[in-house]
Design a protein around this ligand. Structure first.
Ligand code: SF4
Length: 383
């Protein structure tokens, strides 16, 4: 029978409880990690730069998806200096497909600051790391502990789930009370000896064993210390918070060929701020209302945003795409320029740049496309 840990009630501080259990729990975790950890390229060679890039890529993205991107990114930008020296467009092109492009922009900007302010050396302290764009408390703790062996805590979704279950925490992890309690626990548990292995063990346990659904408690090194298991309801933890409101978004876009039979299509580079900033897409626009007239709205968008009067043709495809807080329904139409020999496209009110592009150019030469635009191109290809 699993043996339950002392529970965390309201008058018991997290660090005090952790102190009772820390040695036992930390020891069991580390033992498990040394025999069960996955071999990952950033673990084989945990330089500060490699750990940093991997941690940024792993935010909101699964390990298996990240692996090929990590190898290609490191081949293109093997160190901080190479990344800092690269134009943003090239960095975004190497990131294309990973999504959440703000991460790439911040990483690039942070590399430039590391060159300017730290002589090219990734800072060692959590405080200095936190001053860099795109590095929050979790990433700073991961770099400081994994790359520099400092006694810093990490708290990502995996760690939050494991700790919420082992201690049967009453708060939703995203709530401010939940965050306070989880960080206090995570910090209290980090050992002075090998904090890198401890932090990675917690994350690995959450990824491989203490999964969101059907946790493999029979294989878990913390089973006899886990309060959620003792209660018989591991999946009831972490406690659920309020669901974010997802707003619907309706938009139209045009597939415009340069001329009949041409492989080149018109792409626009989105504004530097906001959704999908700086990425290239089929020109189009959001609809003011779900009932707006699609073809009229698209013809107007091509005139206003791409300075391209065009006749709107067939409906080619509809693509649904989920952003963090928005659900997009994008309808794509063919369009033909009214001028049979259209001039070089000029950026107008919305796009930073416009270009005729043949999709399928080698990765390094192609403008950075968002996952959404790749989905759109695949959909019109099938149409
Ligand atoms: S896998 Fe099961 S026993 Fe282990 S921490 Fe998660 S819920 Fe507890």
């Amino acid at each position: 029978m699993p043996r339950a840990s002392p529970s965390l009630d309201s008058d018991q501080s997290a660090p005090a409880v952790a102190a009772e259990l820390a040695d036992d729990l930390v020891c069991a975790l580390r033992g498990w990690y040394f025999t069960h950890q996955r071999r990952l390229p950033w673990r084989d060679e945990p330089s500060p730069y490699r750990v940093w890039v991997s941690e940024i890529m792993l935010q909101q993205t699964q390990v298996q998806t990240v692996l090929p991107y990590f190898e290609r990114f490191l081949a293109a930008f093997p160190d901080v200096a190479a990344l800092a020296a690269a134009p943003e467009e090239v960095v975004l092109a190497r990131w294309a497909g990973l999504g959440y492009y703000r991460r790439a922009r911040h990483l690039h900007e942070a590399a430039r600051r590391v060159m300017a302010a730290h002589g090219g050396r990734v800072p060692t302290s959590v405080e200095a790391l936190l001053a860099l764009p795109g590095i929050g408390r979790y990433t700073a703790g991961a770099i400081a502990s994994i790359a520099y062996g400092q006694r810093a805590a990490v708290l990502d979704g995996n760690v939050a789930r494991v700790l919420s279950r082992v201690f049967a925490l009453p708060d939703a992890p995203a709530s401010s009370a939940g965050q306070r309690r989880l960080w206090a626990l995570a910090e209290a548990l980090v050992p002075a000896a090998d904090p890198s292995a401890h932090n990675q063990a917690l994350m690995e346990l959450g990824a491989l064993v203490c999964t969101p659904r059907a946790p493999a408690c029979s294989r878990c090194p913390l089973a006899d210390r886990c309060e959620a298991l003792a209660l018989g309801t591991p999946e009831a933890f972490p406690r659920a918070g309020r669901k974010p409101v997802v707003k619907p978004l309706f938009a139209v876009a045009a597939l415009v060929h340069r001329h009949a039979g041409s492989a080149e299509i018109l792409l626009g580079k989105r504004p530097a701020d906001g959704l999908l900033a700086g990425l290239w897409e089929l020109p189009g626009a959001e609809l003011a209302s779900p009932r707006a007239h699609r073809r009229k709205a698209l013809a107007r968008a091509l005139c206003e945003r791409a300075d391209l009067p065009a006749a709107i043709g067939d409906h080619l495809a509809t693509v649904e795409h989920q952003f963090t807080h928005r659900h997009l329904r994008l309808e794509i139409f063919s369009a033909t320029p009214l001028d049979p020999a259209p001039p070089a496209p000029r950026p107008a009110a919305f796009y930073q740049a416009l270009a005729w592009v043949a999709p399928g150019a080698p990765d390094g030469d192609a403008p950075p496309l968002s996952t959404l635009t790749r989905k759109v191109l695949a959909a019109v290809e099938r149409a």
